[in-house]
Write a protein of this length. Sequence first.
Length: 481
Amino acid sequence: MSTLPDLLIPKAYIDGQWRSGARQFAVTNPASGEVLAEVPDLGADDAREAIAAAEAAWPAWRKRPVKERSRLLRAWFDAIMAHQEELAHLMTLEQGKPLAESRGEVAYGAAFVEFYAEQAKCMAGETLPSHGVDKRILVFREPIGVVAAITPWNFPLAMITRKCAPALAAGCPVVIKPAEATPLTALALAKLADDVGLPAGVLNVVTAAQPAAIGEVLTTDPRVRKVSFTGSTPVGKKLLAQCAGTVKKAAMELGGNAPFIVFDDADLDAAVEGAIASKFRNSGQTCVCTNRFLVQASVYDAFVEKLAARVVELKVGNGLENDVVQGPLINAAAVDKVQAHIHDALGKGARLVCGGEPHALGGTFFQPTVLADVTPDMRVATDETFGPLAPVFRFDTDAEAIAMANATEFGLAAYFYARDYRRIWHVMEGLEYGMVAVNEGILSTELAPFGGVKESGLGREGSHHGLDDFTELKYVCVGGL
Ligand code: NAD
């Protein structure tokens, strides 16, 4: 039995109370199948209770002087960083990513709390030129109200702080519904928020094995003013439709199909390092991870050879072990999807360069894989694999590369490596994506607006734009002056 940190209370957190449920569900370690803990399997009534607690906490929270809200957020940040090691350990246990990546996620996730503790003080309204000598135009920026945050399993901590920190900073209370695979990190975060004195009802966590019933309440209850969802595009579309009935503001951080383009003037060694970071972080289970490598014909063979040489070195294993860089996939369905994409591509003429099979460790471990001679008729061209599979396509001209990159309904992140500055500008401008990384394999930071276009989503998280998303503008016309 793995040792769980003291800061985990395996209960739901509603209105400042730790709550049991009539039913429980098990949270397992994807590296071993071991049951780590059982947490309450809550339903629609519990979700309504959490919304009521948040609604009741809202008036005092929004009126709280901004420096006090800011100090509480700063204290939460300090507490998260003081427990970085325990949180990282817990995250690796329930999610599987290597410990070094978990530590990185704790720091990345905490950075949103630190950033929005400061941004809270910059939430400004404005006065505008008026339409009459006896009138004045005032614009107030007000907190939107109760926020529902529904988060995925691949970043159990950062996807929560990326939503909660700006919401709390803006003066909004939050009801969090964490992914059923990874609720423990969410509960540990709530414990730290409780420890630093966040008032009851301002942050609530409802856990459930089956999300649909709670999801329906969070998207239809009129007391919830904003739904912030991160997860798959099909679920996002469903939730967006459910939000329509009460015209809720909705932020949707959805799936991707990121291209990673390597042009013939690129620094190939730098491109390979960027490729490893972008493709194999979290075993390929990140929304911004490369789904398709597009490589110019004249450097194609050299790139594939260099990439494969690095990929075969990636050590697969339990994320708690030293020097492991590839953990297990989250579940058997994830393995099935990777295998289905490989079989489909090989059946249509792709070439296996390395990997291609479940790993000898068994369970949900999978060999990091490179496929060459991949073509647009293969499933990997259009579907998000969400696993350690690097399919490499070939192109001839810049225009062809841009067209291939944009030939998808997704538009989250895109990457490219090149040196010529004219080419860099043209490609950067031609890519229909919310985020573009040039000669970089990792782009996430709390300082920049994160989000997608097309079916990758609505809204932005991070930067001052992330705060604006949790506010409404109120125009006041003062007349008779
Ligand atoms: P998912 O859509 O299956 O689940 C996400 C969350 O939604 C979970 O909490 C789940 O319990 C909940 N959910 C599922 N069905 C629901 C319903 N009917 N009602 C209410 N809630 C429901 O996604 P996942 O498998 O957890 O995460 C992987 C996906 O998330 C990938 O597609 C990935 O690209 C995407 N993702 C996007 C971003 C981003 O910022 N754009 C970040 C991380 C992950």
